[in-house]
Design a protein around this ligand. Structure first.
Ligand SMILES: C[S@@+](CC[C@H](N)C(=O)[O-])C[C@H]1O[C@@H](n2cnc3c(N)ncnc32)[C@H](O)[C@@H]1O
Length: 454
């Protein structure tokens, strides 16, 4: 049965005006970015954005290349903030050897890592040498920094090959050793240490070995090409690859954190994971061009235990807490903390394996997660005296400062650094009982370059 209709303004459907051109076409215009993703192809990753178009519903939103959209419609990506972008390659370095708190004097923890993976290096270098038996063996250490650790792995590599040659009566090769780090690294100290290294080699292993060893420096990012095509037999890198090429984009809501912390929103974990995936894929692809087939690579870096990213303390919470205390005191601006995100990532074992397999140039020989005690004192020792807590807190603060000072100063300025690390040392001393059982998780992966030419 028909009924009379009573007019109701809520029933009126708004119709947006469409600017139709004379040839009866109209231009689609994007109005909002709804989501982000990264499409990972075999050789590269493409950042994508999901775009909502004018006169279309959400279900009609389309995925587009972020780069193309940003070029054509920059206004969609929000106003530019005044925050300085962290240019990792320019500001990343460890404290120089002449600094009061140098990396050279405060890297005992990283030394333990190198010592712990000795058997893996030994297996890997033995395999590379025996398969190839080169006249000149080219070995590279990536992220060598400056200090005693720079020469530790290199010493061990040379010593291992020397041992094999003696045992199997093979001719000793020459060694070309390439020490790489970013250009701001304290290479002066590295080069000044070379004569001492030669002297030690001569004294402990003889004149002949020393005369066959040639050490050089390569300044540049390992996220770019470093060596000529198919030239390197063995690559080692310890505690460097957890550094990203830059902080991930899209971390505006990671307020009050300097990394992915337990309180970070979920997009922060994804942004960090995506950046690591891009960087590590790129690293492998570059190294695959530089290593000879059957060449070997041993990489060690910080790790996390679970795929579930949100349940672990990544060890940077003391740094965050110290910065936030300075915000409360009015020494540091809150906005400066909000805009500071470290270009650092702690992947889990599964992520690393997946990236290596997907990139495809290297075969995994060994992939291990191992633990190093952050605290070398016994429980009894720590519970016995409060003085020891203070000492330990200071030591921990110095170890952190030797690594993070340059990047912190580039963002917050130099003036805050003493205050920041005094606060850090106090917080660390108070947290000793918590950190007594704290163990740092690490990944070591030993790889062989697949036997094909690209
Ligand atoms: C914690 S230190 C490790 C140094 C040494 N391998 C050790 O185990 O003690 C990390 C080093 O990696 C370097 N590094 C970080 N990103 C890099 C990059 N993209 N290219 C080259 N070196 C990089 C840093 O400058 C720093 O010297």
């Amino acid at each position: 049965m028909l009924r009379r209709y009573r007019s109701d303004s809520a029933h009126v459907m708004p119709v947006a005006e469409i600017d139709v051109k004379t040839d009866l076409t109209f231009e689609d215009e994007p109005v909002q970015i709804l989501a982000r993703d990264v499409k990972v192809l075999r050789r590269k990753s493409v950042p994508l954005v999901k775009v909502l178009w004018r006169n279309h519903g959400r279900e009609e939103a389309t995925w587009e290349s972020e780069e193309a959209m940003q070029q054509q419609y920059p206004h969609l990506f929000g106003p530019k903030t005044d925050y300085p972008k962290i240019e990792a390659e320019k500001v990343l370095r460890m404290n120089a050897a002449n600094h009061e708190i140098s990396y050279a004097d405060n890297s005992v923890f990283q030394k333990q890592i190198i010592l712990k993976i000795r058997p893996i290096i030994e297996e890997s270098i033995t395999d590379a040498f025996k398969k190839i038996v080169p006249i000149c063996m080219k070995v590279a250490d990536l992220g060598c920094s400056s200090g005693p650790n720079t020469f530790m792995a290199i010493w061990h590599i040379i010593e291992t090959v020397h041992g094999i040659c003696q045992q199997e009566q093979l001719k000793l090769p020459e060694f070309e050793v390439l020490l790489n780090d970013l250009p701001e690294n304290d290479f002066n100290f590295v080069f000044k240490s070379v004569p001492g290294f030669y002297e030690k080699l001569k004294k402990e292993r003889g004149d002949m070995l020393q005369k066959r060893c040639f050490i050089g420096g390569v300044a540049g990012s390992f996220y770019h090409r470093l060596f000529p095509t198919r030239s390197v037999h063995f690559i080692h890198s310890s505690y460097s690859l957890h550094w990203l090429s830059k902080p991930p984009v899209g971390l505006e809501n990671n307020k009050g954190n300097v990394y992915m912390a337990r309180s970070s929103p979920p997009n922060v974990f994804k942004a960090y994971a995506d950046q690591f995936q891009k960087d590590f894929t790129n690293f492998l692809s570059l190294r695959s061009k530089e290593t000879i087939p059957q060449g070997r690579m041993v990489l060690t870096f910080l790790a996390r235990k679970n795929q579930n990213t949100s349940t672990e303390d990544y060890g940077l919470e003391l740094l965050t807490k110290s910065l936030l205390d300075l915000v409360d005191e009015g020494v540091v601006k809150e906005a400066d903390v909000d805009s500071f995100n470290l270009p650092l990532y702690t992947p889990c074992k599964e992520e690393v394996a997946e990236i290596i397999e997907r990139e495809g140039s290297f075969e995994i020989k060994e992939l291990q997660v191992f633990v190093v005690e952050a605290n070398c004192s016994s429980r009894e020792e720590l519970l016995g005296s409060k003085d020891i807590w203070v000492q330990k807190g200071k030591k921990f603060a110095n170890a952190s400062r030797a690594v993070f000072e340059p990047i912190i100063c580039s963002h917050f300025g130099d003036a805050i650094i003493d205050k920041l690390y005094t606060r850090f040392a106090t917080l660390a001393a108070n947290a000793i009982t918590y950190s007594m059982d704290h163990k740092t998780l690490n990944i070591v992966v030993s790889l062989t370059k697949k036997d094909f030419y690209q």
